[in-house]
Design a protein around this ligand. Structure first.
Ligand code: HEM
Ligand code: SF4
Length: 551
């Protein structure tokens, strides 16, 4: 679990206390909203359309049952009973009262959680693979390194005022499940030919208004050099990044404007300087974190009646077919619990649901929980003999929807429902699409497909990476939805392409329907996923279906 050392919690309480006095001064009018803004942003507090919003970091998505119960407490006591999972392994509370936020931060500090650096031009919550430590294809568990980066970056004196926000993702699998190409720095653990452990280092990725995929700046960085190298990258960016124009301030623009080779030379030079003063304490910390993240004692027993249960229950079989992933330990599976049930706001979790998951993780999942990039929760280690009992309890709570990775498992930002920056709604569009394909009863037939929606160009819903992406815009006061096709954050990173003009809200579902029908007609076999078929045939047939000539 996240390393909740007592001195760390002490520090978090101190930070919360500082903020409490700032809030008091805002409430009694001695601070204006403008004066208060930089202070609240340092504590993850935004001002939305209707209320303040608190964004809490879930370090690399890994959370303990007690921490999850605290998230439930916050939802119940100081919000409307819900929290909202984000695409960055955070949770957001959309309705807190400003006067309550210091109490919320105190409650978080008690379990080692916080909202520091969840906003502002700083290094944000480090993200990783939701299946870290569990996936069958894992080279090595990335979390000790993620924890090193978290400990180093939280309140790092040099990097509090970067040109713009900065996001680091780290992946430990043969397959990248941390979307490293869409981050300011992406780190991929790998072994070289000599069997030594290190990182492939990517820089300059990011979505938002100018989506750009990262590029490899170093093929192999020995693992012991991680911190000095990351420091060198951020230091080079801190110096060269543009501060004259907010929209050109991310490292992706710095790399695009100056060229990867120039950046690499500067990074390598700075790296040598920085490495010279490293004492090795970082390596001691990694060793300590490796012990914290050592695999649980996996049980060595048979699958029990797992196969008989599968044969006997269609619902259970369908759920195991869809929501499980292959685990590295024999007899185990990783379970995806989706927060995309019919009618649900994608990613909204109630206090009761959070508490239930905390209990279930203790009972069946080695007390480990992960928040995924697609606004769901993963129980990474469940023994197959426990799966039916787990399924039954989830089902009773409406949390056993067998749709992980299917057409109704849509990622959506809050859009116009909450967000002050939104130009269109996202949640209702996601719900309409999900309802439509459920009504057609062809979810399983369509198979795995990634649909993502953002309510404005900031791309919080990662629409560029959706196999089908939807971007809500405002066209002269009318909501208009731009569709992109062929994006992919995982297997072969790609930014989705726009086949043509956007659609008004009521035409989005019919347009997606035409895309799906085209895919079903032209796929090679039921095994060929939408994205693979799209890559094989290109955009033309989809374009023709979206914009019929006689329409
Ligand atoms: C009050 C609500 C929110 C505000 C004001 C907000 C604001 C922004 C802004 C301005 C950007 C663009 C940054 C840039 O290009 O430099 C951004 C990016 C992003 N946001 Fe949000 N956001 C909000 C909620 C969310 C939510 C709910 C999610 C997840 C569901 C999210 C996930 C992201 C992600 C993943 C990006 C990254 C895009 C990139 O790689 O550049 N945000 N956000
Ligand atoms: S994409 Fe736009 S509308 Fe959606 S949460 Fe981000 S800033 Fe708000």
């Amino acid at each position: 679990m996240f390393d909740a050392r007592p001195q760390h919690n002490e520090y978090l309480r101190h930070r919360a206390q500082q903020f409490r006095s700032q809030v008091a001064r805002r409430l009694d009018g001695s601070l204006t909203e403008d004066e208060f803004k930089p202070l609240r942003l340092m504590n993850g507090v935004y001002l939305q359309l209707h209320a303040y919003m608190l964004r809490v970091a879930i370090p690399y998505g890994t959370i303990s049952p007690d921490q999850m119960r605290t998230l439930a407490l916050l939802a119940e006591k100081w919000d409307k009973g819900y929290g909202h999972w984000t695409t960055r392994q955070n949770i957001q509370y959309n309705w807190p009262k400003l006067v309550d936020i210091p109490d919320m931060l105190d409650a978080l500090a008690d379990v080692g959680l916080h909202a520091i650096q969840t906003s502002g031009n700083t290094i944000r919550n480090v993200t990783t693979d939701a299946y870290a430590g569990a996936a069958a294809d894992e080279v090595v568990d990335p979390r000790p390194y993620a924890e090193l980066l978290r400990a180093w970056s939280t309140d790092h004196a040099e990097f509090q005022f970067l040109p713009r926000k900065f996001k680091i993702a780290i992946s430990g699998g043969e397959k990248d499940r941390a979307v490293i190409a869409a981050h300011d720095i992406g780190l991929r653990l790998r072994r070289n030919e000599a069997g030594e452990l290190g990182f492939q280092v990517w820089i300059g990725g990011g979505l938002g208004r100018t989506p750009i995929l990262g590029q490899v700046v170093r093929e192999f960085l020995p693992e012991a050099d991680l911190l000095p190298y990351v420091e060198a990258i951020i230091s080079a960016y801190n110096l060269a990044g543009r501060r004259d124009n907010k929209y050109k301030a991310r490292i992706k623009i710095t790399v695009a404007e100056r060229g990867l080779d120039v950046m690499r030379d500067e990074i390598e030079a700075e790296f040598l300087n920085r490495r010279a003063v490293f004492t090795g304490v970082d390596q001691d910390m990694v060793a300590e974190f490796r012990a914290v993240y050592a695999a649980p004692a996996f049980r060595n027993e048979t699958d029990g009646d797992y196969e008989e249960r599968r044969a006997a229950s269609v619902g259970f079989r369908s759920w195991t077919d869809t929501n499980l992933s292959t685990h590295k330990a024999p007899g185990y599976a990783s379970v995806m619990v989706t927060f995309k049930a019919p009618g649900q706001t994608p990613g909204d979790a109630s206090a009761d649901q959070m508490r239930l998951l905390a209990d279930l993780a203790e009972r069946y999942g080695h007390a480990d929980l992960r928040i995924s990039h697609d606004q769901n929760v993963v129980l990474p280690h469940v023994h197959k003999s426990d799966l039916f009992a787990l399924y039954s309890e989830l089902k009773a709570a409406g949390l056993a929807t067998a749709n992980a990775g299917l057409v109704s498992d849509i990622v959506a930002c809050p859009g116009m429902d909450y967000c002050a920056l939104a130009t269109a709604r996202s949640i209702p569009i996601a719900q309409e699409i999900a309802d439509h394909f459920r009504a057609r009863d062809i979810e399983d037939e369509i198979g795995k497909i990634d649909i993502r929606i953002s309510g404005c160009i900031n791309a919080c819903g990662h629409h560029h990476l959706g196999h089908i992406g939807i971007l809500g815009l405002d066209r002269a006061g009318v909501e208009n939805y731009q569709i992109t096709l062929g994006g992919d954050g995982y297997d072969i990173p790609a930014i989705g392409q726009r086949p043509g003009a956007g659609f008004p809200a009521e035409e989005v579902v019919p347009a997606i329907d035409r895309i799906i029908n085209t895919y079903l007609d032209l796929r090679d076999s039921a095994e060929e996923r939408f994205i693979d078929a799209y890559r094989r045939v290109g955009a033309a047939p989809f374009k023709a279906a979206l914009y019929p000539v006689n329409a």
